[in-house]
Design a protein around this ligand. Structure first.
Ligand SMILES: Cc1ncc(COP(=O)(O)O)c(C=O)c1O
Length: 507
């Protein structure tokens, strides 16, 4: 009678994967694989070499060769006088001390768990009111492809190497010119470091400028992405109130000594407020008196619809306390993962080393194409097109909401960015309205969810950038109806605060 092992060999002998192997090698491979995947258990007796040679109609030497190899590699053991047996190939066999299971942690650290507890689920940071992507894809991808191809036709050696200089020189020069003109940033090209977007810039600044436990200030409400980075770096985050002039530190706040201050002066995220000149001066003066660093996140300043773009905070600062952070996520597309930091001269060397050794930047070829995109005027005309388009979106939304909203709801008035805020009375449950809007396929976020500490104001953060123009007015009417239905309904002040993570309910 055939043994199960000889059957197993027979069934697999003609398998295509073994077709080119000599017979002894085929037998070896089949038995070896079966032992490794435990189709043949340890301790199983191997059939005799004589019986196998008869069964397979081959020379006994062929079988002996296969067995010899199996023995040499430890898959089978010869027991004198009783033949060969399958060896125990489990890793800790024969050692009772190591056979005990070693407990290796297979879960995230406490910090890892904290950081990943509330994953961001939305597609874009602030989606369009109607979650259809439209304006977003106005990106001139054919031209973009041409620019990239041009560079790959005769690639520069630097495209293939590690980048240690802070990014593609041409891009840094083009950006310096753009930032000086459009944002009044005081900068030389060498002071610009190219990163993989603002999130990475924030992390680099955090690691290089602060230590764990350092006190820092953040706008409240504010950008959860920055909060995530600051928590990852284990800073003591002090939430600072925001009013209609931007960040508004109290006397008690001003008595503290933050090591770093994170702000969004051109367009406070998410309240849609532009920081007043008085607050800018106060902040720069406070930072220079107390040796604090200011991180200026200028994420969507290109989209100012009326009048001249506002000057950056960095441009006001003659003490070099401001690090200016920019990104191409809004003005081109988030997947490009290119941002930049304008670094004060005395920090430059450390930042260059930090960027190169901690974050290992790359994608120089994409940066080269982007440099051409800016230099050849495509960037400026792309901004003009988007500004025109988003400006229309904003006007339609503003007009329709103002027309239909209950006067108790107040619309934010800034003329910039890709979102606006409907401020609601304190007894209005903004989370409930956002959830109800979600059921009607409208994507809005509850303002209270952007607060890191009480007191939280109620409102709705309404994105419009990526919504088709014709969809805006109907969507705004539906939203106004939902809001109006909830105003004055509960008659009581709601509990404070609604945690930021309540967003998840609205996605
Ligand atoms: C306040 C703020 N800063 C920066 C960014 C851009 O970050 P990144 O460059 O990492 O995409 C966003 C994105 O939506 C944002 O909302």
């Amino acid at each position: 009678m055939n043994s199960p092992i000889s059957d197993l060999i027979l069934v697999n002998l003609d398998a295509p994967c073994h077709a080119k192997l000599p017979m002894h090698r085929r037998i070896f491979e089949i038995v070896r694989r079966a032992i490794l995947d435990r189709s043949i258990q340890a301790g199983t007796k191997m059939p005799s070499t004589r019986s196998l040679s008869v069964e397979f109609g081959c020379a006994r030497n062929t079988i002996l060769q296969a067995f010899e190899q199996l023995r040499a590699e430890g898959f089978i053991e010869a027991h004198t006088g009783s033949g060969s047996y399958v060896a125990d190939t489990r890793p800790s066999h024969g050692n009772t001390a190591t056979r005990r299971k070693v407990h290796t942690p297979r879960e995230l650290s406490a910090r890892g768990k904290r950081l990943t507890q509330f994953p961001s689920r939305q597609h874009f940071e602030i989606e369009g009111l109607v979650p259809e992507v439209d304006g977003f894809f106005q990106f001139p991808h054919k031209l973009w492809q041409k620019l990239q191809t041009r560079h790959w036709r005769a690639p520069d050696q630097s495209f293939l190497d590690y980048s240690r200089t802070g990014g593609h020189t041409g891009l840094r020069e083009a950006l310096a010119d753009h930032l000086r003109l459009a944002r009044s940033v005081r900068i030389d090209p060498e002071q610009i470091l190219i990163t993989a977007g603002t999130q990475q810039s924030l992390d680099l600044c955090s690691r290089l400028l602060c230590d764990a436990g350092d006190p820092i200030w953040m706008e409240n409400p504010g950008f959860w992405g920055a909060h995530r980075i600051f928590s990852a770096n284990e800073f003591k985050i002090r939430p600072i109130a925001v009013d209609d002039e931007g960040i508004n530190p109290s006397e008690a706040d001003l008595a503290t000594r933050p090591r770093m201050i994170y702000v969004t002066p051109s367009h406070q995220y998410p309240t849609d407020v532009v920081m007043s000149l008085a607050r800018r001066r106060l902040l720069v003066d406070f930072a220079s008196r107390h040796g604090a660093w200011i991180l200026e996140d200028d994420y969507d300043a290109e989209f100012r619809y009326n009048g001249k773009p506002l000057a950056s905070l960095q441009g006001l600062d003659d003490q070099n306390r401001v690090l200016y952070l920019g990104t191409f996520s809004k003005v081109l597309y988030p997947g490009i993962r290119i941002g930049y930091i304008a670094v004060p001269e005395d920090l430059l060397e450390g930042f260059r080393i930090g960027l190169s050794d901690v974050q290992r930047p790359g994608q120089i070829a994409v940066q080269a194409a982007l440099a051409d995109f800016i230099r050849e005027g495509h960037f400026a005309s792309h901004i003009r097109n988007l500004r025109n388009r988003y400006g229309q979106s904003r006007a339609i939304l503003q007009y329709t909401l103002q027309k239909f909203l209950d006067p108790a709801a107040r619309l934010s008035q800034a003329d910039t960015g890709l979102h606006m805020v409907i401020h609601l009375p304190d007894d209005c449950d903004d989370v409930e309205i956002a959830v109800a809007a979600g059921r009607k396929k409208l994507a809005v976020k509850p303002l209270s969810g952007y607060y890191f500490a009480p007191p939280a104001s109620r409102g709705l953060v309404v994105g419009y950038g990526y919504t088709p123009l014709e969809a805006l007015a109907p969507a705004a009417k539906i939203l106004a109806n939902l809001v109006n239905g909830s105003i004055g309904k509960s008659g009581k002040i709601l509990a404070d605060p609604v945690p930021r993570e309540s967003w998840a309910a609205c996605d």
